[in-house]
Design a protein around this ligand. Structure first.
Ligand SMILES: NC(=O)c1ccc[n+]([C@@H]2O[C@H](COP(=O)([O-])OP(=O)(O)OC[C@H]3O[C@@H](n4cnc5c(N)ncnc54)[C@H](O)[C@@H]3O)[C@@H](O)[C@H]2O)c1
Length: 269
């Protein structure tokens, strides 16, 4: 029996992933600052707490085999909150992983770690999954910091780390930009399984998107760890393109981070 810790399990991705990551030989330990009411006691355990509380993090990490770290702020916020929850909180997770002998951590990074890369700069080539950071705000900066923390914990302590530069992981694309950036729930689960597999030993930074017709972010790094996306956001194209022309002259589509690049720093989206 293996035990997978999912932090931030009460959130959007946690709710989508819990049923998809259930396995007969796997217990899901769920951790969140928020209450989770619908625990399946046969396959799930719940530890309530904050990533900013080191004792709570230690209790959550104790006895698990791997960590899927989703917990934290998922959009712009104040510098103080971003530092405390996304950066200190992630360092607490890695620190506890070392202390408790956990050898695999999968981080929820973001396209916003590299948000200022543009379609023009990609020059007709898919933008690599590990292209260098160009954060589009405090939130994106925290994700670049999380990626670099993962690198350090890999090099110093040998933890296997996979940074997922997630595009738009929702039931359906949230807007027309999602025709390129969407990752379906089933593909999100496929990416997590690949990230937990032996193929993903070492240190990896990969895009988290489906095999979207309009994607311009590379699938190569994901393929290298065994991620085979099956879905395409094109099924939603008619709906979104009725209201928006698809052109890379549109700054929302031109830049990896879309509208986040223009958002006032330090404010919630
Ligand atoms: N969904 C996406 O498209 C997307 C894209 C890029 C990156 N991400 C990243 O993936 C992760 C999950 O995204 P989501 O869409 O589920 O976000 P979400 O906001 O729905 O969920 C985040 C969860 O983290 C929990 N949380 C917040 N502060 C916490 C704390 N101090 N301690 C413990 N838990 C805390 C929240 O209660 C919430 O349940 C986030 O880290 C986000 O930045 C998501």
């Amino acid at each position: 029996m293996t035990r997978l810790l999912i932090t931030g399990a009460a959130g959007n991705m946690g709710a989508m992933l819990r049923p998809l990551l259930r396995r007969p030989d796997r217990t899901l330990r769920l951790f969140d600052i928020a209450e989770i009411a619908d625990i399946d006691s046969a396959t799930e355990e719940f530890v309530q707490g904050s990533v900013t509380d080191r004792a709570a993090v230690a209790a959550a990490v104790d006895g698990v085999d791997a960590i899927l770290h989703l917990g934290g702020l998922s959009t712009e916020d104040s510098w103080a909150n971003i530092l405390s929850i996304n950066v200190d909180g992630t360092q607490a997770i890695f620190d506890a992983a070392v202390a408790h002998g956990v050898t695999r951590v999968v981080t929820a990074s973001s396209n916003h770690a590299v948000g200022f890369w543009t379609h023009d700069e990609a020059a007709g080539q898919p933008l690599p999954g590990d292209v260098s950071p160009r954060p589009d705000g405090f939130y994106g900066w925290s994700k670049a910091a999380v990626e670099a923390l993962g690198r350090m914990y890999h090099d110093r302590f040998g933890i296997d780390v996979v940074n997922l530069r997630i595009g738009s992981s929702f039931e359906k694309p949230p807007n027309y930009r999602g025709l390129a950036s969407w990752m379906s729930p089933a593909d999100t689960a496929r990416l997590v399984e690949a990230s937990l597999s032996d193929n993903a030993k070492g240190f990896h930074t990969v895009w988290g998107i489906s095999k979207n017709t309009r994607a311009w972010w590379s699938g190569a790094e994901g393929a290298a760890i065994g991620y085979r996306p099956m879905e395409d956001a094109e099924q939603f194209a008619e709906e979104f393109l009725a209201e928006h022309e698809w052109t890379f002259d549109d700054p929302i589509l031109q830049r990896v981070g879309g509208a986040f690049c223009d958002h006032p720093l330090g404010k919630r989206m």
